[in-house]
Design a protein around this ligand. Structure first.
Ligand code: NAD
Ligand code: TYD
Length: 359
């Protein structure tokens, strides 16, 4: 595939990973043009990308709309000569999926199927260009939970345990089926937990950073022993570029950070890091804010990825070390409290009440 030029549609580009992907890609691929399609749900922030039209004249376009809107998708296909789609748009928070699963079915399952249907017909109308790619960005959570040993691989059986992971699993199956049945050059990636700039503060790391800053309680689910494999978001973005440019249609690639940490370890680390920066110590130390709260129902114990396939076949491996990247992430939040204020809407405050009061 020609990596030097191209126009790509990024769905869900105003969210956490999509924002990082668009900003990083426009820098790394100076000949590329990106069209971002985002419905701007509570998790999407157009301000994340507002400077790009000026920074990169002619190379960035924002379309406000849903992946469920067939007519809009057809207009985009008519207006743009697309070389591929990188599909991030989703409802992405496990706790929200437990309290209100319907939106996950709508966006993650029906939305992905809508995209597949429309891009399949667009691809056929354009004479089935060989270089076209549909990259579906999914999660390691589709494989369920691990015990203390072992790793997920591309051969692991699907065993989703939350409405979120079940909806992502369903979408992965549809992507696979569209490739197998209709030949659409689609690729699925399953990634571990990301952290970094622009992550919405409903997820563990930014939630804890902000609660520590504001001296609020730090709600650790259960005993905090659950393990996640943390990946810096720019490593994920580079893995996705690698898959887009060198991945084989019909394949699945697992992407992991090789940085397994227990939740409590993460919270302790953030407390200590911020205490140093804020010169808090003794009785004022932030570890005192930790509160063990009622566990998440069906809480998966451990996720861990064996990323041998993407390393051996495509030559990607993470560049960032956890210890440095987590410090950069904390520094980003401290330097962007205006961003934090802008995304903490009434909806956000209501979510915090719904999820944490009476827990
Ligand atoms: P996010 O919740 O921060 O962003 C999701 C974006 O999708 C938002 O901008 C939202 O407005 C948009 N969106 C939602 N519904 C839409 C619709 N119907 N049409 C168009 N846009 C819509 O999510 P994220 O953390 O950036 O995750 C992006 C993708 O990566 C998701 O598919 C998620 O499943 C996957 N993933 C995330 C992680 C992680 O750690 N965050 C790990 C592995 C995989
Ligand atoms: P989260 O960031 O929601 O990602 P995921 O559920 O997709 O892994 O949660 C990461 C881990 O942190 C998970 O084991 C649940 C835990 N957690 C807490 O202990 N407290 C919290 O307030 C949140 C949001 C998460």
């Amino acid at each position: 595939m020609n990596a030097s030029t191209g126009t790509y549609l990024v769905t869900g580009g105003a969210g956490f990973i999509g924002t990082n992907f668009i900003r990083h890609t426009l820098k790394l691929r100076p000949q590329w043009r990106i069209v971002c399609l985002d419905a701007l749900t509570y998790a999407g922030n157009p301000g994340n990308l507002a400077d790009l039209t000026k920074l990169y004249p002619g190379r960035y376009r924002f379309v406000h709309g849903s992946i469920l809107d067939e007519a809009l998708l057809r207009v985009i296909i008519d207006e743009e000569t697309l070389d591929g789609v990188i599909h991030f748009a989703a409802e992405s928070h496990v706790d929200r999926s437990i309290l209100a699963p319907q939106a996950f079915i709508e966006t993650n399952v029906n939305g992905t199927c809508q995209l597949l249907k429309v891009f399949q017909s667009g691809w056929e109308q354009n004479g089935k260009p060989e270089n076209f790619r549909f990259v579906h960005v999914s999660t390691d959570e589709v494989y369920g939970t691990l015990g203390d040993t072992g790793y997920f691989t591309e051969a692991s059986p699907y065993a989703p345990n939350s409405p979120y992971s079940a909806s992502k699993a369903a979408s992965d199956h549809f992507v696979r089926a569209w490739h197998h049945t209709y030949g659409l050059p689609a690729i699925v990636t399953n990634c571990s937990n990301n952290y970094g700039p622009y992550q919405f503060p409903e997820k563990l790391i930014p939630l804890m950073i902000l609660n520590i800053l504001e001296e609020r309680e730090l709600p650790v689910y259960g005993d905090g022993a659950n393990i996640r494999d943390w990946l810096y978001v720019l490593d994920h973005c580079e893995a996705l570029l690698t898959v887009l440019e060198r991945g084989n249609p019909g394949e699945t690639y697992l992407i992991g950070g090789g940085a397994e940490k227990r939740n409590l370890e993460i919270v302790h680390l953030l407390c200590d890091l911020l205490d140093r920066l804020l010169t808090r110590s003794g009785a004022q130390g932030s570890r005192g804010l930790i509160r063990f709260v009622t566990d998440r129902p069906g809480h998966d114990y451990r996720y861990a990825i064996d990323a041998t396939k993407i390393r051996n076949e495509l030559g990607w491996q993470p560049r960032f070390r956890f210890e440095g990247a987590i410090e950069d992430t904390v520094a980003w939040y401290l330097a962007h409290m205006d961003w934090v204020a802008s995304i903490r809407s009434g909806e956000y405050r209501q979510w915090i009440e719904t999820n944490y009061n009476n827990r």
